[in-house]
Write a protein that binds this ligand. Structure first.
Ligand SMILES: C=C(O[C@@H]1C=C(C(=O)O)C=C[C@H]1O)C(=O)O
Length: 278
């Protein structure tokens, strides 16, 4: 091996873990330790990406680990899940919604789907096809509710834009509530994923979550200003709506979601859940 090659190996052996996550409030507790806490020096963190772009960064090998919309697990044959940490909801999520011009879901003919989303974009299609037996027209769109509803009956919004829009005259459906009403299960929207062959300390991600959740007040203060929402609402969102630890019902929800996505042609492959180190 040439000197140059060996040097590259040594350098890459010591390089920091490259991580990508969205800047939504629901990612904040999971990445606080990497941004400001005890794991800051260990990683290179990319936070300027929407969830859909985090998936692309992992697929292209630009990062070692990313907080990825779960549907992408089935589209990336090399992806492995990091266990014990997720962005999910047991009952009501608040930040993943279908907003209509005022009509019921049963009357919707066309839906604009937030381009930042992958998991919820597929979930909306499952809700219409599997639960409501309908086939409205779906169109990808930027998350601008006024524009989306100008041309469509309904719009999917996720993340921070789903928490801050004007609700007057509109009807709002919480997707975790709709999912629970039809399945009795919880839902997982995103998980940390890596690629086979990457060296990842799994325990760091649970440790980062614990450290971030211990800083909820700091995160709430930062986002209350950023989103212009009352701190109490954001505290409730992070501590009660979002679940950062998957339980049995959420895992069952994840498996059912994958089966239904496959049934409706939203993913080609259907593989069992494979975790790092397991
Ligand atoms: C709970 C949320 O779940 C998000 C939804 C995603 C999707 O639909 O692809 C991806 C990442 C999650 O963080 C949210 O955005 O509010």
């Amino acid at each position: 091996m040439s000197e140059q090659g060996r040097e590259a190996r040594i350098v890459s052996g010591h390089r920091r873990l490259r991580i990508a996550a969205s800047i939504y409030l629901n990612s904040a507790p999971l990445i606080w330790s990497f941004r400001r806490g005890s794991l800051r020096e260990r990683v290179e963190l990319w936070t300027d990406a929407a969830p859909a772009r985090c998936a692309d960064m992992l697929a292209r090998g630009l990062v070692d680990v990313a907080l990825v919309p779960v549907i992408e697990y089935q589209r990336l044959p090399e992806a492995l899940l990091i266990p014990g940490v997720c962005v999910g909801a047991r009952a009501r999520v608040r930040s993943v919604v279908i907003v209509t011009r005022g009509m019921a879901l049963e009357e919707v003919e066309n839906v604009a789907l937030d381009l930042s989303s992958r998991t919820s974009a597929a979930l909306v299609q499952i809700i219409f096809r599997e639960f409501l037996g309908r086939r409205p027209h779906f169109v990808p769109a930027k998350p601008d509710l006024e524009l989306m509803l100008r041309e469509h009956d309904a719009a999917l919004l996720i993340g921070d834009p789903a928490m801050t829009f004007a609700r007057e005259g509109r009807r709002v459906y919480d997707l975790a509530e709709v999912w629970r009403a039809h399945t009795g299960l919880g839902f997982v929207f995103a998980m940390w994923m890596t690629r086979m062959g990457s060296e990842v300390e799994v325990a760091d991600f649970a440790r980062a979550r614990a450290e971030g959740l211990a800083r909820v007040e700091e995160i709430v203060a930062e986002y209350a200003e950023k989103l212009a929402l009352p701190p109490a609402e954001l505290r409730e969102y992070l501590l009660e709506n979002i679940s950062f630890i998957p339980d049995g019902e959420m895992r069952a929800g994840l498996e059912l979601y994958f089966q239904l996505a496959h049934k409706h042609g939203l993913i080609d492959a259907l593989r069992p859940l494979a975790f790092v180190g397991g």
